[in-house]
Design a protein around this ligand. Structure first.
Ligand code: MSP
Length: 522
């Protein structure tokens, strides 16, 4: 994708029935790293996130706490979900709540259009509903319960019994879109990514699509169906529309045309909603489908999908309090292949923090700056004639920049980081081999010393630019010591072209301080 294009990326909107855990923060960080990368290469970037506040799940949680669902949602958004964005340093451009007036009006506008155009009809429905998923389940989605639910059929995701519902509902003619969806997956093979999620979606649609029940009548916590106020809109139909109501669907065509279509990042558990129902809804409304739907893997703790209900939930702040937001972001983007499940452990994050951040990158930065300060009074030295070793560093800078940029275009976030880390390793190896401390002892090696430190500093600056979308705080501190202008204005796809200040400033402390605290048990 050439720089300057529109890049609208959206996270799923999060249920406010509970507080965030690191699985939620993982989605946020991945979207934020992609957004910062695109923003820093000059794309017209927009990062959207928000909260999903309607439906039975939230209503029941609020009722069990003796408050109204609106009061419950307000509390969770203010006390937990918005603070999450600060905890892990998210640079979102907007935050949408499904209780926002702009959203509710947009949902009604969209639904009315589908109704007017003949895509909605009324019918009877009977089926098994999982309130945890907010979804009707097919018999094949259920498994035998264990423990307290022995002898019952339970939802395979939540391990809780489903409820038999029988209602008069409104339906969306989703089955009309079966062939068009299959054609979409065929003609745009990267519409659903990665490959395993795509295959699952194609298989699912090939088995045949049924019409979708899109309203509920037995409770009223939702957007009212515009032509029949006895019904509220099904929570997923409502929630999916946030991606367009947030950018002015039906009220601000200029903003809408500038942003849409989006890149959608979702957990693989909700890929079906985004890769089947959502494009069918958009097709019915005559709107373009998303550019891509990427279904990432799950964070596992002790081998199981982490969740609050299974008591394996870890609050993001438990980790950032020990390691900081930059290390949190780095760790999850580096240690887990984006698109696959990955296990979290305190031992692993501690080991990577020490080896890769403190010793690898942090130490490199301190050493280069300290040597320029000591041997050249802080004035950035000018390189003389370049040897093949110096040229190899330069070549690595250019190569990893191109590789990382290409990897980010493929959502291969962890590959981008490992490419960038080649430069950390090459620079550390270069300094060890060139031994600037030995050159400094010989008067006739002054020019060589200048060349080595100038080369190392150039590499360090390139690293700073490349790592800024991943670790905005540490790189900003480092940039203040070596760079000129705003770090985020340095084009990330041309990182090696960065401009250094005439002098370097000593770093007051290491970028990644030693962690003295004992590790909390997972
Ligand atoms: N509200 C719906 C999404 C509506 S989007 C129109 C929802 N919310 S959620 O809060 O349950 O989940 C939000 C996101 O967090 C999903 O992408 C989900 O996959 C992700 N995660 C929840 N637990 C997770 C892990 N353990 N690991 C990784 N991501 C996880 O679904």
């Amino acid at each position: 994708m050439p720089a300057g294009d529109s890049f609208f990326i959206a996270t799923p909107i999060f249920y406010v029935n509970d507080v965030p855990h690191i699985g939620h923060a993982y989605t946020e960080v991945a979207a934020d790293v992609l957004a910062r990368w695109h923003r820093q290469r000059g794309d017209d970037t927009w990062l959207l996130t928000g909260t999903d506040e309607h439906g039975q799940k939230i209503l029941r949680t609020a009722t069990s706490h003796d408050v109204t669902p609106q009061a419950w949602a307000d509390k969770l958004v203010t006390e937990s979900w918005k603070p999450l964005l600060e905890t892990v340093d998210i640079s979102n451009d907007d935050f949408i709540r499904t209780t926002d007036e702009r959203h509710e009006k947009g949902v009604q506008r969209f639904l009315q259009k589908l109704h007017d155009d003949g895509y909605i009809y009324q019918g009877e429905f009977e089926g098994f509903y999982c309130v945890g998923c907010e979804e009707y389940k097919q018999p094949g989605d259920l498994v035998d319960g264990t423990g307290a639910f022995e002898g019952e059929q339970v939802c395979a995701i939540h391990s809780k019994p489903v409820e038999l519902l029988k209602e008069s509902n409104y339906f969306f003619r989703m089955s009309d879109f079966e062939q068009r969806l299959l054609d979409l997956y065929e003609s745009q093979p990267d519409f659903v990514q990665p490959e395993n999620v795509r295959n699952e979606i194609v298989q699912f649609v090939k088995q045949g699509l049924r019409d979708l029940s899109i309203s509920r009548q037995t409770f009223d916590w939702g957007v009212k169906v515009p032509w029949d106020e006895e019904h509220v809109v099904y929570v997923w139909f409502d929630a999916l529309l946030n991606y367009v109501t947030a950018i002015g669907y039906g009220v601000d065509d200029e903003q809408f045309d500038r942003r849409w279509p989006a890149v959608q990042l979702v957990g693989k558990d909700i890929a079906r909603f985004h890769a089947v129902i959502w494009p069918a809804m958009l097709m019915a409304a005559g709107l373009p489908v998303p550019k891509a739907v990427f279904g990432h893997g799950w964070l596992l703790v002790g081998g199981e999908k982490m969740s609050k209900s299974k008591l394996t939930g870890i609050a993001p702040q438990q980790i950032t309090d020990v390691f900081g937001a930059d290390a949190f972001r780095y760790y999850f983007m580096r240690a887990i292949t984006f698109g696959q499940d990955g296990n979290f452990s305190w031992e692993d994050i501690s080991a990577r923090y020490q080896a890769e951040l403190a010793n690898g990158f942090g130490n490199l930065a301190s050493r280069v700056i300290a040597m320029i300060t000591r041997y050249f009074d802080g004035t950035v030295p000018v390189a003389g004639e370049l040897t093949s070793a110096d040229l190899a560093v330069r070549e690595t800078e250019l190569r990893v920049t191109a590789a990382a940029d290409a990897a980010m275009d493929r959502f291969a976030i962890n590959e981008a980081l490992s490419s960038i880390w080649e430069l950390v390793d090459v620079l550390n190896g270069y300094i060890t081999e060139q031994e600037p401390w030995a050159l400094a002892k010989k008067d006739d090696q002054r020019e060589r010393l200048a060349t080595v430190l100038a080369t190392a500093l150039r590499g360090l600056g390139t690293l700073t630019v490349l790592l800024s979308p991943f670790m905005p705080t540490a790189t900003r501190t480092l940039w203040e010591a070596i760079g000129q202008g705003e770090l985020t204005s340095q084009p990330v796809d041309r990182a090696a072209e960065w401009s250094s200040a005439p002098t370097v400033q000593p770093l007051a402390a290491g970028l990644f301080p030693r962690i003295e605290q004992p590790e909390p048990a997972a």
